[in-house]
Write a protein that binds this ligand. Structure first.
Ligand code: NAP
Ligand code: ZN
Ligand code: ZN
Length: 366
């Protein structure tokens, strides 16, 4: 097939391939099977058969237009692992048959200061998200990993450590890097007391990574049913965040807090856990603003920050770190046909701790 586009340089015709995918046509519609176009690989492109794709809460926020700006049809999925089918003429990092992974970005301007520093996620022109971003090649929006294959420039394709379980590696591509990057940035390591808030896909990876970095890790959860797991994941202590007495044990005690909560919550309760000069980094992205009291920050010279995914080189560093420390996600495998039910369970916090879609289930339906 072909896609025809009019650009500043004139009319461009691109060869494309029809691919099975799962997505939605509207914020209030269920996800269902649909078809999308993928470009045929260009000189620097890698074509990947998707074997597994993790289910991030951002998929749900986007599908339901909770952050506004979703373009439909929307095919989510940015925790992608698979096998290389073909490569363009100039590709040097990958060959057909290799394992490969794609995370939250598939491109950026590559020229701004941030791109040059390996901070492509903060590209001045905006990075090209794996889904719901303008597709520079086809002129449509980008489509994510709930699909049978994807074509990505090799600069944005990651290597997968061979010793890790492939399906359980998929969530590292978002949940892993989104927690690894701030933990590194705020120098988490030996001698540091670190709080992880919200034990979902991101939070459970945060516990494993902070522990592997050598920190003392305290989990803050709203679910008493997660206490045992939190310890198994590596937590040194667990606090039921709804219980003020338990919370007061850590008031003013922590060097760093990573907040991975997807819904409304009282951020002041977690800011009060920080020591002088401590920082709380928000990675969770609830739909509505979180009010901050001035006196949650002023008395201890505390910082309230945010952090978005991680750069490409840092994502590779994180994958290699996980390979070395044998770290993967705790997953529950689902078929693509179970995705709508999985979203409902995600909203209830009923997942231990990441759904991963076996993409072979999509092919059966083709
Ligand atoms: P998830 O698996 O659904 O986990 C969210 C966790 O938040 C839940 O397991 C629960 O943990 C806690 N929680 C949920 N509702 C709560 C409430 N009302 N009050 C307090 N705690 C609550 O989600 P995820 O995939 O880890 O994603 C988490 C958030 O990070 C989402 O908003 C997502 O969009 C965002 N995200 C941001 C980035 C970034 O670059 N910054 C990247 C990926 C995802 P407990 O049961 O332990 O309380
Ligand atoms: Zn994500
Ligand atoms: Zn840039």
């Amino acid at each position: 097939m072909e896609a025809v586009r009019t650009t500043a340089e004139g009319v461009i015709t691109l060869k494309t391939k029809k691919v099975n995918a799962f997505g939605t046509e509207a914020a209030d519609a269920l996800l269902e099977q649909l078809h999308i176009q993928r470009r045929t690989p260009k000189s620097h492109d890698v074509e990947i058969e998707i074997l597994y794709c993790g289910v991030c809460h951002s998929d749900l926020h986007t599908v339901r237009n909770e952050w506004h700006g979703t373009i439909y049809p929307c095919v989510p999925g940015h925790e992608i692992v698979g096998r290389v089918i073909s490569v363009g003429n100039y590709v040097s990092k990958f060959k057909a048959g290799d394992l490969a992974a794609v995370g939250c970005m598939v491109d950026s301007c590559r020229e701004c200061d941030y791109c040059k520093e390996g901070l492509e996620q903060y590209c001045e022109e905006g990075n090209t998200g794996t889904y719901n971003s303008p597709d520079k090649h086809l002129g449509t929006q980008t489509y994510g990993g709930y699909s049978e294959s994807i074509v990505v420039d090799e600069s944005f394709v990651l290597r997968v450590p061979e010793n890790l379980d492939l399906a359980a590696t998929a969530p590292l591509l978002c949940a892993g890097i989104t927690t690894y990057s701030p933990l590194k940035h705020w120098n988490v390591g030996p001698g540091k007391k670190v709080g992880i808030v919200g034990i979902g896909g991101l939070g459970h990876m945060g516990v494993k990574l902070a522990k592997a970095m050598g920190a003392e890790v305290i989990v803050f959860t709203t679910s008493s049913s997660k206490f045992e797991d939190a310890r198994r994941l590596g937590a040194d202590d667990v606090v039921l965040s709804k219980d003020e007495d338990q919370m007061s044990r850590y008031a003013g005690k922590l060097h760093f807090v990573l907040d991975a909560v997807s819904a409304q919550h009282d951020i002041n309760a977690y800011l009060s856990l920080l020591r002088v000069d401590g920082s709380l980094a928000l990675v969770g992205a609830p739909e509505h603003p979180l009010p901050v009291a001035a006196f949650s920050l002023i008395p201890y010279r505390r910082s309230f920050a945010g952090s978005m995914i991680g750069g490409i080189a840092e994502t590779q560093e994180m994958l290699d770190f996980c390979g070395k420390h044998n770290i993967v996600s705790d997953i529950e495998m689902i078929n693509i046909q179970q995705i709508n039910g999985a979203y409902e369970r995600l909203l209830k916090g009923d997942v231990k701790y990441r759904f991963v879609i076996d993409m072979a289930s999509l092919k059966k339906q083709a």
